[in-house]
Design a protein around this ligand. Structure first.
Ligand code: SF4
Length: 348
């Protein structure tokens, strides 16, 4: 076993699917894996934790992903759309708070056409912020226009790299298609954010190992990993959901395999455990994404139940995550937090 742990430390590029399946099948080496991930994190991305403020500007979605509370068929949700002025007002507040990245997130909502998004990007760039889009699959021409307008990053979690499972969860989409979008975004110069859920029905060590191999293969600049939390308003309401430990291990192994990636301690981690985000920051994560969606909209962006921070006062999440970072003895990132790539070597 020490041979495999050494391989994680010194020859991560050659870690195989079978070895990852093995590590995901046992809890015996978890402590060591978490330690290595923390060492790799410190060496490659340092002690800074980058804050990315999220604005969930629309909860309309034309898709029907089986696990998601925003899915089209969910009628028990109050839908909302923020208009561009409301969004920009919020962005101004984020800039005033000295946060360097804004994440514009929504369901797949064609109401926001090419031009609306383009103008938002142009206005936000005037405020000297990095712009991350997280608005689902759009057409390649739009990606290009938005890149030219100044967009920096695009989050598009692949959710699962197992094509059969992907198809079951996304009736109108395929994994190959998802992959093509991620590769196109990368080709256009975006920092891309893949990532997956952990604990999906039909997902075991083999499927999870494939997620890690896929993230390494596409050299994902950002990696969002969170537990699957069953939503009572979806067809997966009766499923069990993901657990903290396996999700942490996926975060840790992602850090080890792709050492310079930016990896958030996701809100979903904080939703399944009161210290989920703090623990994730000690197991490889280096990013935190406070919710800056204004009220009255915030409680209606219900991807899953028991989501934290829904009723926090306005900008309280900024102070909360800053406190979290300093309490862990880490530093609050002062830069835009782009991926540091020039340190890529094969050793811890
Ligand atoms: S996961 Fe995204 S695309 Fe799928 S239903 Fe939810 S918001 Fe829509």
């Amino acid at each position: 076993m020490s041979k495999l742990l050494n391989k994680l430390k010194y020859k991560r590029d050659s870690v195989t699917l079978e070895e990852l399946i093995f590590l995901l099948s046992t809890n015996k080496f978890d402590k060591k894996i978490f330690e290595i991930a923390d060492e790799v994190r410190e060496k490659y991305v340092g002690n800074e934790v980058h804050i990315r403020a999220i604005i969930e500007f629309s909860n309309f979605c034309k898709m029907d992903c089986l696990y998601c509370g925003l899915r089209r068929q969910n009628k028990n949700i109050k839908r909302y759309r923020m208009n561009p002025e409301e969004i920009l007002k919020r962005v101004r507040l984020i800039a005033e708070k000295n946060i360097k990245t804004v994440v514009l997130q929504s369901g797949e909502d064609p109401y926001y056409n090419t031009e609306i998004i383009e103008n938002l990007i142009i206005e936000i760039k005037k405020m000297n912020l990095a712009v991350t889009l997280s608005i689902g699959e759009r057409n390649f021409e739009e990606y290009k226009i938005w890149k030219n307008a100044g967009a920096d990053r695009y989050l598009m979690r692949h959710e699962t790299a197992d094509p059969n499972l992907y198809k079951k969860l996304h009736p109108s989409d395929t994994f190959e298609n998802r992959k093509s979008h991620l590769l196109k975004l990368k080709e256009l110069g975006y920092e891309i954010g893949g990532g997956c859920m952990v604990g999906l029905p039909g997902q075991g060590p083999y499927e999870l190992a494939k997620d890690l191999i896929f993230l390494r293969e596409i050299d994902s600049d950002m990696i969002g990993i969170g537990p699957f939390i069953p939503n009572p308003e979806t067809p997966l309401r009766k499923e069990k959901g993901g657990n903290l430990n396996t999700t942490l291990k996926m975060i840790a192994l992602s850090r080890i395999l792709i050492p310079t990636a930016n990896i958030p301690a996701t809100t979903a981690m904080g939703s399944i455990h009161p210290f989920g985000r703090q623990i994730a920051l000690k197991c490889g994560a280096n990013v935190i994404m406070p919710n800056l969606t204004p009220n009255p909209y915030r409680p209606n962006y219900t991807l899953y139940p028991n989501k934290i921070c829904l009723f926090e006062r306005d900008t309280a999440c900024i102070n909360c995550v800053k406190g979290m970072i300093t309490n862990l003895g880490r530093e609050i990132g002062k830069s835009f937090g782009f991926r540091i790539k020039n340190l890529q070597t094969n050793e811890v």
